[in-house]
Design a binder for this molecule. Structure first.
Ligand code: P53
Length: 479
């Protein structure tokens, strides 16, 4: 296929501060909501503890210690030819408790040094403002995003860093996978997205819509303020896009999968279109929900539309109308009507691998919104085995990524989608979000760190490292 990706296509990799930095209590950093989340495993939920307990293990505290290794790691990204690197700024490095008057200088210095290091190699930083790591203090004192006060603290944090780094960082994103918290069957999503435990609320879903409303207003406020500060800045939103397919051509399956897709679209609809979709208002009415809006909220949403739609894509999911299950608490994008898709295989963690679903997602989003898109996460979490040199023959990872890039290129060349870039998740091995494991690896770079906390933290190149380097060098034509 002829290569149709633009010359300035942003190839790179993606991570989140809490999943790789470590240094959880260094440089004046405060405690974040994820600092009290323990290790879990496939099928075993991570626990949220009341403060930090000496008897528990918290994998994010050290993670892969990027905090001290970032110079060497960035050098490896540069060797692969990265054009961009997506990470987040840990809110607690800048405002340790979230409600301080002035930012923590040591925190600002850390990201200045990191961004300088990236720019030294011509790598554009792409920065998520909130990636599951808000200050614990704001969660405990204000019930997280249930409170409008937190909205103000977030805008203060966001504008502090946007103003400070505006000449180093052009690409910003507000809330990582803001739609994960739509799943209110388990604490973890609401806790990490919003600092709220929705299952213990009287009406969990209503509480979730309220917290999310505050985030929508915060996101729009930040878009507006960032543009006023510096018109060169682009501020996008970020959603987890797990498409729901109808299990069959039974009209009930087709209809239910369309309605289920609103679990995803609800969020991008508000942030990209700048207003609530009519199905949202109908749902609130029908369920008797009363979502509080402050005066002016609707115009803020309309004036602060996201500049681009960033999304993660790992898998698809399939819906069957007569198959009510107890899947709703699962970590794989399932709804209570999800069944296995007989046409696709799943990863070792049960995520259903579906490259065509990426083209389907890109085309659907493009037709719905017609805004530039950015695939800011994609990849395969797998068990890796390394030889004595730390080398790993990860052909399964190469095959996964290759198949997805092929579909991405079709979406550009055949469907005409406007795509800014592609940043595979966990370009260097890091702590899994859903399980807290190290063994669920995504990286091109292996990190010698294990679930029991042992390991030298040495970095080594996997086979996929050399493969991805060629992909970037050929702008996606040599897969
Ligand atoms: P881990 C579901 C569907 C798509 C993305 O996850 C998801 C999820 C989890 O609910 O989350 C993203 O590490 C998230 C990252 C995370 C990545 O998926 O459990 O943005 O922080 O690490 C992969 O394999």
């Amino acid at each position: 296929m002829p290569n149709t990706l633009p010359d300035n296509f942003l190839w790179g990799g993606a991570v989140a501060a809490h999943q790789l930095e470590g240094g959880w209590d260094q440089g004046g950093k405060g405690i974040s909501v994820v600092d009290v989340v323990t290790a879990g495993a496939y099928g075993q939920q991570r626990k949220i503890t009341d403060g930090i307990l000496p008897s528990e293990s918290y994998p994010n505290h050290e993670a892969i210690d990027f905090y001290h290794h970032y110079k060497d790691d960035v050098k490896l990204f540069a060797e692969m030819g990265f054009k961009c690197f997506r990470t987040s700024i840990a809110w607690t490095r800048i405002f340790p408790n979230g409600d301080e008057e002035v930012p923590n200088e040591a925190g600002l210095e850390f990201y200045d040094a990191l961004f300088d290091e990236l720019l030294k190699y011509g790598i554009e930083p792409v920065v998520t403002l909130s990636h599951f790591e808000m200050p614990l203090h704001l969660a405990n004192k204000y019930d997280g995003w249930m409170s409008r006060t937190v909205l103000d603290y977030f805008v203060k944090f966001a504008m502090t860093v946007i103003e400070h780094y505006q000449h180093k960082v052009k690409y910003w994103m507000t809330f990582n996978e803001i739609n994960n918290q739509k799943n209110v069957a388990t604490d973890i999503f609401g806790w990490l997205c919003s600092g709220v435990k929705f299952p213990s609320k009287e009406r969990p879903e209503e509480a979730m819509y309220q917290a999310v409303h505050h985030q929508f207003v915060a996101a729009a406020t930040v878009v507006k303020k960032a543009h006023a500060l510096n018109p060169n800045l682009l501020v996008g939103c970020m959603c987890a896009m797990v498409p729901y397919y109808p299990y069959s051509s039974n009209p009930d399956d087709v209809m239910l999968s369309q309605v289920a897709m609103r679990d995803r679209y609800y969020f991008s609809d508000v942030m990209v279109k700048g207003h609530y979709p009519s199905y949202a208002k109908k749902e609130w009415q029908q369920k008797g929900y009363n979502i509080q809006f402050a005066e002016g909220d609707e115009s803020i949403l309309a004036e602060g539309k996201a500049d681009y739609l960033g999304f993660s894509y790992y898998m698809s999911n399939t819906i069957k109308a007569d198959a009510k299950t107890t899947n709703a608490g699962l970590m794989d994008g399932s709804s209570e009507y999800s069944v296995k898709n007989p046409y696709v295989k799943a990863s070792d963690w049960g995520w259903q691998i579906d490259p065509v679903g990426l083209r389907y997602t890109l085309a659907s989003l493009w037709e719905r919104y017609e805004v530039p898109m950015f695939i800011v996460e994609n990849g395969l979490g797998a068990l890796d085995e390394v030889d004595e040199n730390g080398y790993c023959e990860d052909d399964y990872r190469i095959n996964y990524l290759k198949a997805h890039i092929e579909q991405m290129e079709k979406a550009v060349s055949l469907d005409g989608v406007e795509l800014m870039g592609y940043t595979p998740w966990g370009c260097i091995d890091l702590v899994s979000f859903t399980t807290g494991e190290m063994r669920k690896r995504y990286g091109f770079i292996y990190v010698d760190k294990h679930d029991d906390g042992t390991g030298t933290l040495n970095r080594s190149r996997k086979k996929s490292f050399y493969w991805y380097k060629n992909v970037i060098a050929s702008n996606g034509s040599k897969l």
